[in-house]
Design a protein around this ligand. Structure first.
Ligand SMILES: Cc1cc2nc3c(=O)[nH]c(=O)nc-3n(C[C@H](O)[C@H](O)[C@H](O)COP(=O)(O)OP(=O)(O)OC[C@H]3O[C@@H](n4cnc5c(N)ncnc54)[C@H](O)[C@@H]3O)c2cc1C
Length: 817
């Protein structure tokens, strides 16, 4: 029903968009007791993408917390009708996923293992068993299938109306026929929303406007990198043999999906050549509107579908849907607090799984809006995962079309994006390329993953076994352990913090003691008030009132935002992103000192230049910053070089290092080297859901000095309770086994966690996995040592060894040599 009465003059929170995401956020805000909220919809509820969704609700994703969000949706949809009295069409008929070749079967088995890791009962089936569940399909080409009994389907419009009804009951106002046209800010803080019916003053804004969100974001000064892409499916008349409880079906080798609908089938898919829509902007009045059918484009999918379900060839087509939906460059949705503004939140870009995610995403976003932080770590969907290239809509569109086209293709381990490359290049790019660098990409940066013998063989060949780069990376690894290796890490995010109160500000933000002498390099975490690890980086004091911060490439926007927001109001300290000013050459290995000393006059002896120190060095005309730190566990320096000198310094090192066996090395070697050292990676092994004690990083938290810092109170409280989970290492020596991460950990036959990261250690010659062992009753060394452990790899349980310290140089003698 349309509510057209005068708008309230003000509301604490304004939500834009009456699709499933806006309504779910409103519903959950009401549940949190936050009901001074107005939801504005320019037309009618569901009139955007929601009304034409097919309604499949799958749960499994590659990340535990996103899977948990989708699982929350299922729980909510089960109970919503009871609560609101409005039907949702929810049916828990389960979901089937097919595999038609051996590699896909490995992928599906690995997905089942991931599901087990995250607590979902995904069952592996023979083709015959799959046929019993889905009697109208051909199974001649099937190798196997996986079945997730708790997946299901729902009616998208009904769920949305049901959520809206729950929100209204909770006191939230929903205004249809009210278009948002602009915003009012006081500096960066949202103050009001201008609409077709007048202005509402507000304290918080939530943009849930589906494919319109990017344009609204621009009006609000917020970048929301999504674009519209066409998506088609058809609905058939009744088909004999299709029962009402037919599971949903995904047939990725045929790029198609199915669900039952009134005795017939819904069939859609992901074309390899997706069609973008509304490149010049979404036309006015595009509500409850579909695009013209494009049979030519759909035909290849139809052929694939008929081969799977022959009855489709004869079935009458009741309706074809061609609806646009917002997609994103990495196929994940966009949630959270916009870094450009204060109190502006986003929930958009749902990549054709907004119905599946709607319940959980609305819950998480409501908590974010109400409490200022999400209920748990949501990094894979966090709006701060984007970076500079994502401001260019043409770049975003090209990358998004690639992501769409790969929705059902094999998700190979270590697979790299192909579109929009090369984009951001270090000064060494061409030099390294001609030496055989095979590049990967992160936030637009080209980064050498490994080095092939020549330019022509610098190509990844993907498989679920050992890939073609395995031996080459071994050589690079050994160079770093035995001689000297050089890594181009110019893509590191780097910030300059300066001003008279910088030391005080950083002391408050960092858990470790960073207020040290000029020239000190400190490894530190930045914690949230719950003691969770928000950032993991090095902080170097370059002057009394100036610090230089270095963090991972992918965390550029996130860490900048965290630091900027947490500089206390009474501190005169300013943060600038200086990433583009500095190239980074990491020179690592036992011969790195000998090499570097041969080129500089400054004394590099252990006494003069110890671990954890920064000195300025002069080399080839450049004044560079040499940081004695290492993520690979060897004697070495990160050389931070002004970009225009980078090639000169690189050439000088390569030329002088020839006799010492200097070797170009890439990120895959770094991964292997750091796993041997059990160095943690943020986003995998550590993050906001883990505190330093659980992560084994308590040594980097400065409680002793008594200095105040964010998270200190939480850490002190945690110290009085048992540890619920602890990060440890596991090994499986068999080189035929490939560990990739997310393998399930069993202790004495009980599931206790999953691997957060994994790979091969070339020095220790074994598979290495890091992961948390969880136990609500507490985990300590005795508990850990008392258990017998197995890892589930692609559906098979294998014995493994537990390790409580680093496999390589646990006493850190190499690092400090
Ligand atoms: C063909 C197709 C099939 C799909 N199948 C599935 C499926 O099987 N399972 C699944 O999980 N997902 C599916 N989806 C995806 C799903 O439809 C979307 O992810 C979901 O509907 C997105 O919801 P939303 O609330 O973000 O956006 P929308 O539903 O588009 O809602 C956004 C709302 O914002 C309003 N709005 C925009 N601008 C303004 C403004 N200036 N002022 C006020 N209001 C404004 C719009 O009118 C609109 O109602 C499918 C999508 C398509 C296209």
């Amino acid at each position: 029903m349309s509510e057209t009465a005068d708008l309230p003059a003000q509301a604490r929170v304004v939500i834009i968009g009456g699709g499933i995401i806006g309504c779910s956020t409103a519903y959950h805000l009401a549940a949190l007791g936050c009901n001074d909220v107005v939801l504005l919809e320019k037309h009618r509820l569901t009139s955007g993408s929601t009304f034409h969704a097919a309604g499949l609700v799958g749960q499994l994703r590659t990340n535990a917390n996103i899977t948990q969000l989708l699982g929350y949706s299922v729980e909510l949809y089960r109970s919503l009708e009871r609560e609101t009295g409005l039907a949702t069409g929810w049916k828990m008929n389960g979901g089937l996923r097919l595999a038609c070749n051996e590699q896909r079967w490995i992928e599906v088995r690995r997905q089942a293992t991931t599901a087990h890791s995250f607590g979902l009962d995904m069952q592996l089936l023979t083709p015959r068993e799959a046929l019993d569940l889905w009697p109208v399909m051909e199974i001649d080409d099937l190798v196997g299938a996986a079945f997730l009994p708790t997946d299901g389907q729902a009616n998208p419009s009904d769920i949305t109306q049901s959520l809206a009804s729950g929100a209204r009951r909770g006191g939230i106002e929903i205004r249809e026929d009210t278009e948002v046209r602009g915003f009012e800010f006081d500096r960066d803080a949202i103050r009001g929303v201008r609409t077709s019916r007048g202005t509402i003053r507000c304290e918080k804004l939530v943009i849930c406007a589906g494919q319109w969100s990017r344009q609204l974001g621009l009006l609000a000064g917020v970048n929301i990198p999504l674009v519209s892409v066409q998506h088609q499916y058809l609905v058939t008349d009744k088909i004999a043999g299709v029962p009402a409880d037919l599971p949903t079906l995904r047939d990725p080798d045929r790029l198609t999906y199915f669900k039952e609908q009134t005795g017939g089938l819904v069939m859609g898919g992901y074309e390899p050549n997706p069609i973008p829509w509304a490149e010049e902007g979404i036309p006015d009045g595009f509500n409850f509107t579909l695009l013209d059918n494009d049979w030519d484009h759909f035909e290849p999918l139809m052929e694939q579908a008929i081969a799977r379900v022959p009855a489709l060839a004869e079935a009458g087509i009741r309706q074809m849907y061609n609806g646009p939906e917002s997609f994103t460059p990495d196929g994940n949705f966009i949630l959270g607090a916009a870094p450009e503004r204060e109190q502006v939140f986003v929930g958009a870009g749902f990549n054709a799984f907004g119905i599946a995610s709607g319940g959980g995403a609305g819950m998480a976003l409501a908590e974010w809006v109400h409490n200022g932080s999400p209920p748990f770590d949501l990094w894979p969907v966090d709006i701060r995962r984007f970076g500079k290239p994502h401001a260019d809509v043409d770049w975003v569109r090209a990358r998004t079309l690639e992501a769409y086209s790969r929705h059902y293709t094999m998700a190979w381990p270590h697979e790299e994006n192909r579109s929009c490359r090369p984009c951001r290049r270090s000064p060494l790019y061409d030099r390294l390329r001609t030496q055989g660098a095979c590049f990967g990409e992160k936030l637009g940066w080209e980064r050498p993953n490994w080095f092939a013998a020549d330019v022509d063989s610098a190509i990844d060949e993907y498989s679920y076994g050992r890939q073609n780069w395995f031996a080459a990376v071994g050589e690079e690894h050994r160079a770093a352990r035995e001689r000297v290796a050089i890594f181009d890490q110019s893509s590191f995010a780097k910030y300059r913090l300066a001003g008279p109160d910088t030391a005080r500000a950083l002391s408050w933000i960092c858990a470790n003691r960073v207020d040290a002498a000029v020239g000190a390099v400190k490894y530190t975490q930045m914690l949230n008030p719950r003691g969770g690890i928000e950032c993991d980086l090095t902080v170097t004091r370059v002057a009394e009132d100036e610090f230089y911060l270095v963090t991972g490439t992918g965390f550029a926007s996130h860490d900048f935002d965290w630091i900027r927001r947490n500089i206390p109001a009474d501190c005169d300290a300013r943060i600038d992103d200086v990433t583009s000013s500095w190239a980074v050459l990491s020179l690592m290995g036992p011969k790195s000192r000998e090499l570097l000393q041969s080129l500089v006059r400054e004394d590099l002896s252990p006494r003069a230049f110890g671990f954890g120190q920064m000195r300025e060095l002069r080399l080839g005309g450049a004044t560079l910053r040499a940081l004695r730190v290492s993520y690979v566990g060897e004697l070495g320096w990160e050389l931070h070089v002004p970009v225009e000198f980078a090639l000169t310094v690189y050439d000088a090192l390569m030329s002088a290092g020839g006799d010492l066996g200097i070797t170009n090395a890439g990120y895959r070697a770094i991964e292997s080297l750091r796993l041997e050292k059990a160095y943690r990676a943020w986003g995998a092994d550590i993050g906001p859901d883990y505190n330093p004690r659980e992560a084994g990083l308590g040594w980097a938290v400065d409680l002793a000095s008594g200095k105040p810092f964010i998270g200190r109170d939480a850490i002190l409280l945690q110290q009085q309770a048992p540890i619920a989970k602890m990060l440890v290492g596991f090994t499986i020596a068999d080189p035929e086994i490939v560990l990739l991460g997310r393998e399930t950990i069993y202790r004495d036959g009980e599931r206790v966690g999953w691997l957060s990261s994994a790979g091969w250690g070339y020095t220790v010659e074994t598979n290495i996995g890091l992961g948390y062992v969880r136990n609500p009753g507490g985990v300590d060394e005795a508990y850990l040592r008392a258990g017998a452990y197995e890892l589930e790899v692609a559906g098979e349980r294998l014995g493994c060894e537990l390790h409580l310290e680093a496999l390589y140089d646990p006493e850190m003698s190499k690092l400090r040599s």
